[in-house]
Structures are given as structure tokens and as C-alpha cells.
Design a binder for this molecule. Structure first.
Ligand SMILES: NC(=O)c1ccc[n+]([C@@H]2O[C@H](COP(=O)([O-])OP(=O)(O)OC[C@H]3O[C@@H](n4cnc5c(N)ncnc54)[C@H](OP(=O)(O)O)[C@@H]3O)[C@@H](O)[C@H]2O)c1
Length: 306
């Protein structure tokens, strides 16, 4: 099978699409023929050895996590209601490949009406957005959200979940993303390349911060007393939060198949729509990772492995 692998950590020149043996199943896993796999920032962070949790720390390493595909085989002796031929999606290690081994407990049935490409674009960004906006920030019509990076994978789901609960949503994004954000009904858009959001925004209940640095520094002042800033990249200035009288949350997504099933139903009902900007073949995986790393994806990039 073909797989996008690295033999040492580093830049995109390290990524090779190679022919390798099929990965081996252990008990309670399935072999999935991957039909689509989505690119997330964590994929190049792993490649560069910036962030390597267990499962993504040993070489050679097949990149990729989010996927959608069809079950090719189930490990003998496994107890499951899944069958060979079922269409599934979710997260696993090594999804930038024609086949991946997935623990059965991590599989979610792909809704019939959603394509493989759409389904692959959902898991990591949508679960992250759901657990932040719904579980942690408790979006409601009385709340105003400032969502930085609202056109990105996480931000675009966050903006739609907040809107679906009736919240007022202010988004920061750059020009190429404006049309998309208008379409999903964001209330106010601020061009982070040209405007200072803190001059236009005040009295916010929740800031979603996938950026950190100066964006976070300038965000404390736009929050109401008692408000909340949720950071996604492990970068929180607790002293600044105390001074501003707000809650600071360092957020980490927890993979949850029930949340994913609920989100898939919302995508099916068109309550939320994934923001897919490009579909590329596996052979262009380096380009896909580079576009995302350089901030030029303006939405999700999905690899088509059919
Ligand atoms: N903690 C967790 O569990 C968790 C889970 C998922 C992701 N993350 C992290 O969250 C971050 C975002 O992930 P993602 O998948 O949404 O990334 P993404 O799809 O690459 O989106 C990044 C977005 O950031 C925007 N942006 C860049 N600089 C900005 C600035 N100064 N102000 C406002 N927006 C800016 C870009 O907007 P334009 O295209 O409009 O220019 C782009 O859409 C990444 O660092 C990722 O690793 C963490």
C-alpha cells in the first residue's frame, strides 16, 4: 500500500510517499481502507517533533489522524457490531495511507448522506470546537463569543456551534475567508491583518484563542469581568487573566465517539457545514502540509485516497 511516511523528524522534505506492507491488526482493531484523510496542524507539528504524544513518537512514522474509509477486515476474536464493508470515520494514527489500523472503540459509522471527504474533515476540529463551545463555554443566546481564527478547522466549527445556540459571534479572519464567514452567519468579522480587534470589540463573554502571543495579550481587555478565555495551544498567561478578572482555560480535546456521532447528525441536518477549501491527492501531501503550516489553507485541506 502507499503511505506518507517520515524516517526522521523535520520539514516537509522529510515526507515520502512509499510503498509499504499493510499495517498489522491486533485484537479489537479493524483494518480500514482509507478513502479520505484531513490535514490538521498537529500533523506538521508531529513531523517537526514539536508535539509527539505516544503513538506519534517512533520512526518510521506514517503521518495523519483524521480519516474516513471502509472496513476491510476485523481482527479475529474481536467482539463488535461493525462488519467488513461498513463505512466509518474517526481518528487514528497513520491515516495518510491507503490502509490504517483503527481500534474498534474509536470507529464511528459514516452517515450515508455524507461523503468520505466531508466525514474525514470532521473529527479533530469539530470535537475540539464542540467540547469548547458547548461543554466548556456553554454557548447560549445571552453570550457573545470572540473567535480568533474563525475560518480555520476549529474556528469554523466553533463559530457555527455558537451560532446554532443563538450566541452573538465576532470572528477574526483574513480577507479570503470573509465570504465563508458571512455565509455561516457570523455577526461581525474583523480582518486581523488590517484592523485591531480590541478597537472594535468589548464586553465579550468568551474568547476562543487558538493563536496565543499578542492575540492573547490583546484579548484580555475585551472580556467582561467573569468572562472566559479558552486557549488551545498550551499558552496561558494566568497573571494577566487574574488581573482582568476572567477565567483562563487551557484546553485539550478528548476523543469521544458519542460527541462525534452527535456532530455528524448536525452535519447531516446541515446545521453545521465543514469548511473544506481544497481536496488534494496523497501524492501532494507535502504541499497540503505546507499550505496549512504557512497559513494559506483558509479552511480544511482533505487528501483524497480513492
Ligand atoms: N488543544 C487541542 O485539543 C487542539 C485541538 C485541535 C487544534 N488545536 C490547535 O489549534 C490551532 C488551530 O487549529 P485549526 O485546525 O483551526 O488550524 P487551521 O485550520 O490551520 O486554521 C488556522 C486559522 O488561523 C487563522 N489565523 C492565523 N493567524 C491569525 C491571527 N493572528 N488572528 C486570527 N486568526 C489567525 C487563519 O485564518 P485565515 O485563513 O482567515 O487567515 C486560519 O484559518 C492549531 O495550533 C492546532 O494545533 C488544538
Amino acid at each position: 500500500m502507499k503511505a506518507a511516511r517520515i524516517h526522521s523528524f523535520g520539514g516537509s522534505e522529510k515526507v515520502r510517499v512509499e510503498t509499504v506492507p499493510l499495517p498489522r491488526m491486533r485484537k479489537n482493531t479493524a483494518l480500514v481502507r482509507v478513502r479520505a484523510a484531513a490535514v490538521n496542524p498537529v500533523d506538521w507539528a508531529i513531523r517537526e517533533k514539536i508535539y509527539n504524544p505516544k503513538g506519534a513518537d517512533k520512526l518510521p512514522l506514517t503521518l495523519g489522524q483524521d480519516f474516513a474509509g471502509v472496513i476491510e477486515a476485523i481482527a479475529p476474536g474481536s467482539r463488535t457490531s461493525f462488519r467488513k464493508g461498513d463505512s466509518v470515520f474517526g481518528e487514528t494514527w497513520g491515516s495518510f495511507a491507503e490502509y490504517a489500523v483503527v481500534p474498534l472503540k474509536d470507529l464511528v459509522r459514516k452517515p450515508r448522506s455524507l461523503s468520505f471527504v466531508v466525514s474525514a474533515s470532521i473529527p479533530m476540529p469539530a470535537l475540539t470546537a464542540w467540547q469548547m463551545v458547548i461543554d466548556t463555554a456553554k454557548a447560549s443566546p445571552r453570550k457573545t463569543f470572540l473567535i480568533h481564527g474563525a475560518s480555520g478547522g476549529v474556528g469554523s466549527f466553533a463559530a457555527q456551534f455558537a451560532k446554532s445556540k443563538g450566541a452573538h459571534v465576532i470572528a477574526t479572519a483574513s480577507r479570503p475567508s470573509f465570504r465563508y464567514l458571512e455565509r455561516i452567519g457570523v455577526d461581525v468579522i474583523v480582518d486581523y491583518k488590517k484592523e485591531r480587534f480590541e478597537k472594535k470589540v468589548a464586553g465579550v463573554d468568551v474568547v476562543i484563542d487558538p493563536i496565543g502571543g499578542a492575540t492573547q495579550r490583546r484579548s484580555w481587555g475585551v472580556l467582561k469581568k467573569g468572562g472566559m478565555l479558552i486557549n488551545l495551544i498550551g499558552e496561558i498567561d494566568r497573571a494577566a487573566a487574574r488581573k482582568a478578572g476572567v477565567r483562563a482555560v487551557e484546553f485539550g480535546m478528548r476523543y469521544d465517539t458519542r460527541d462525534l456521532e452527535e456532530i455528524a447528525r448536525l452535519v447531516e441536518r446541515k446545521v453545521v457545514r465543514p469548511h473544506i477549501s481544497r481536496i488534494l491527492p496523497l501524492g501532494q501531501v507535502r504541499r497540503a502540509l505546507d499550505l496549512n503550516e504557512k497559513g494559506r489553507s483558509h479552511g480544511k485541506i482533505v487528501l483524497d485516497l480513492t
